[in-house]
Design a protein. Structure first.
Length: 114
């Protein structure tokens, strides 16, 4: 299983970014997918999840600003982030579970300047 995250970068507060995660080695459409983030000195935390059927859940900080979505044809996971704040600065990871194990992407850095 390989997950390749991309789309991070430097953005000013109030701006937007769209993260992408390309999946291979799994039957993508059958797997729930998650976005996590880890800020310097902090624990990794869940941002949003999407089920195989497309149902979504969000952490409180992500509600109203972030949208998780998936494209089962292209086997990609997305995270649209709007109204970004400096406290959203973190490395963002995509994750899935398969064969009783967790698989993580390599992470993509998001930096929001004030």
């Amino acid at each position: 299983v390989q997950l390749q995250a991309s789309g991070g970068g430097l953005v000013q507060a109030g701006g937007s970014l769209r993260l992408s995660c390309a999946a291979s080695g799994i039957n993508f459409r059958n797997h729930a997918m998650d976005w996590y983030r880890q800020a310097p000195g902090k624990q990794r935390e869940l941002v949003a999840s999407i089920s195989s059927g497309g149902s979504t859940t969000y952490s409180d900080f992500a509600k109203e600003r972030f949208t998780i979505s998936r494209d089962n044809v292209w086997r990609r996971l997305y995270l649209q982030m709007n109204s970004l704040k400096p406290e959203d600065t973190a490395v963002y990871y995509c994750k899935t579970q398969a064969r009783n194990a967790n698989f993580w992407g390599q992470g993509t850095q998001v930096t929001v300047s004030s």
